[in-house]
Design a protein around this ligand. Structure first.
Ligand code: ADP
Ligand code: MG
Length: 317
């Protein structure tokens, strides 16, 4: 690596761990309250890159906005590289967004300045960060090279394909040496082949710069390219998939799925187990020497659920 990149990050030095514990975000409008995150626990190791999956409305973007310093959690712990995201002044928040995180959005148009070519787009955040002309230029060229866009450096976004724009967007997000790279469905507007290519670039920057990454995606082909995928359901991490050999030929990848036990001892049973055993409001648990058995509450199921009592408008039986 040459000078400008080496003042940065060969490895873990600049990458930050992510820690969320009991994270809550409640959106309140005039008459309704939406609990977008309800006690979410998530740890990401320095230099690790994970993918986040989950149905629409499960809280993925809310989590990313909190980690990106764009939104403030209602309660709980959230920190990135030691920066406490729950206790920031406006000034600290702006500095955090400028220096600690890089963001790639789904909408290619949101990531780039339309009137600047690729090179100047990457230089833009560096100019705001007060870097000199020469170091801006060198850093921009190295990053464009890393994302495979050096040959297109003089093109404006409108002259680039969607996949090329997202590659440039990754370079822009990395310009200020962030500790954490966040991407919210960065390949959502791309066809599958292009999506896989863009994701390869994300993996390359993670590997070569050691930057920690949290990538939201709903594309299974993309999500399985990393060692760990977390699934969000109703504002909590419900399960984790851990892989050995991720990024290799799919037939050689060993993947295991775990349910996640939160700090309060709660876990979410996979939906298909619940459906298959017809589990309802409560279940019977039994502690065995090396596992816990979960049974349907046969005795009460019938009485409680077979025929709801008719109720009046106040909800009284
Ligand atoms: P996802 O990215 O997984 O689709 P979001 O994090 O965008 O989910 O949203 C989670 C929940 O919070 C949804 O029910 C959504 O409608 C709600 N929500 C998100 N942002 C706001 C907001 N600014 N105001 C009110 N509700 C919101
Ligand atoms: Mg979203």
């Amino acid at each position: 690596m040459t000078d400008v990149l080496s003042d940065v990050p060969a490895g873990r030095r600049t990458s930050g761990p992510v820690r969320c514990e009991g994270l809550v975000r409640i959106y309140q409008s005039a008459d309704i309250e939406v609990v977008a995150l309800q006690g979410l626990d998530l740890h990401v190791e320095p230099g690790e890159m994970i993918t986040v999956i989950g149905a629409s409305g499960s809280g993925k973007s809310t989590l990313l906005n909190v980690l990106g310093g764009l939104d403030e959690p209602t309660a709980g712990v959230a920190s990135v590289g030691g920066h406490d995201l729950t206790q920031m002044s406006m000034r600290q928040r702006n500095a955090y967004r400028r220096d600690v995180v890089g963001f790639v959005w789904q909408q290619t148009s949101r990531n780039l300045q339309p009137y600047l070519d690729a090179r100047r787009n990457v230089e833009f955040p560096l100019a705001i960060g007060g870097h000199g002309r020469r170091s801006r230029r060198i850093r921009a060229e190295q990053l464009l090279d890393l994302v495979g866009m050096i040959d297109r450096a003089d093109h404006r976004p409108s002259e680039l394909s969607g996949g090329e724009q997202q590659r440039v967007a990754i370079a822009v997000a990395l310009a200020n040496h962030p500790q954490l790279l966040l991407a919210d469905e960065p390949t959502g507007e791309l066809d599958t082949a292009t999506a896989v290519e863009v994701f390869d670039v994300l993996r390359r920057v993670n590997r070569e710069l050691g930057v920690t990454g949290v990538i939201v995606t709903h594309d299974p082909l993309v999500s399985q390219q990393v060692d760990r995928t977390v699934a969000i359901r109703d504002g909590r991490i419900s399960s984790e998939i851990v892989r050995e050999g991720a990024g290799l030929d799919a037939s050689r990848v060993i993947a295991r799925e775990y349910s996640v036990l939160d700090s309060a001892g709660r876990l979410q049973l996979p939906e298909r187990y619940v459906t298959q055993l017809d589990l309802r409001r409560r279940v019977r648990l039994e502690l065995e020497p090396d596992h816990i058995g979960v049974w349907r509450d046969v005795e009460h199921d019938g009485a409680l659920w077979a025929k709801p009592e008719p109720r009046d408008q106040e909800g009284q039986p």
